[in-house]
Ligand binder design. Structure first.
Ligand SMILES: O=C(CO)COP(=O)(O)O
Length: 152
């Protein structure tokens, strides 16, 4: 990761005002970085702050998957994903794959405002940081893949 971080922002509907307020309060720190957001979150950020962000599709229409692919490909350094665990909703499971792929790819992740505050104030935000390697595939998984490819 460079000194300039690639930050993804996304929030569930009930958490969108919190994320917009957090981004507004931290505008100065965030302008130093490259921002990407899921569609509706991004539009809200563009409307309520002076930040620039690349907007993906709406999360419900595939933006979550676009973001997941970017994380898997190592194109996101920090994921700020404000969830709303108290309101049941049809896309309740959407964040799970993002959290999973972020954990695997050693992407920094904040699921709430307090964690986002700690991360944004970290001295590592302004410095290059060598991302630790992803864990090696489990031997059993590797064997199954090799068997399917006719290598075992
Ligand atoms: O789906 C989301 C979070 O899981 C957010 O997507 P939007 O920002 O497009 O609403």
């Amino acid at each position: 990761m460079d000194g300039q971080k690639r930050i993804a922002l996304s929030a569930h509907d009930a958490a969108k005002p919190t994320l917009a307020a957090w981004a507004f309060a931290n505008e100065r720190a965030l302008t130093a970085h490259r921002l990407t957001a899921t569609g509706n979150t991004g539009r809200l950020l563009l409307a309520q702050t002076n930040l620039k962000a690349d907007c993906l599709r709406s999360g419900a229409l595939g933006g979550d998957m676009e973001l997941g692919a970017m994380i898997a490909e190592g194109r996101i350094d920090l994921l700020i994903l404000f969830t709303d665990p108290l309101t049941p909703k049809p896309h309740d499971l959407d964040p799970a794959p993002l959290v999973r792929v972020a954990a695997i790819s050693q992407t920094v992740i904040a699921l709430n405002e307090a964690t986002a505050d700690f991360i944004l104030r970290s001295e590592l935000m302004a410095r290059p940081y060598p991302r630790p390697h992803a864990p090696p595939a489990l031997p059993a998984v590797t064997q199954r893949i090799d068997a399917r490819k006719g290598l075992a």
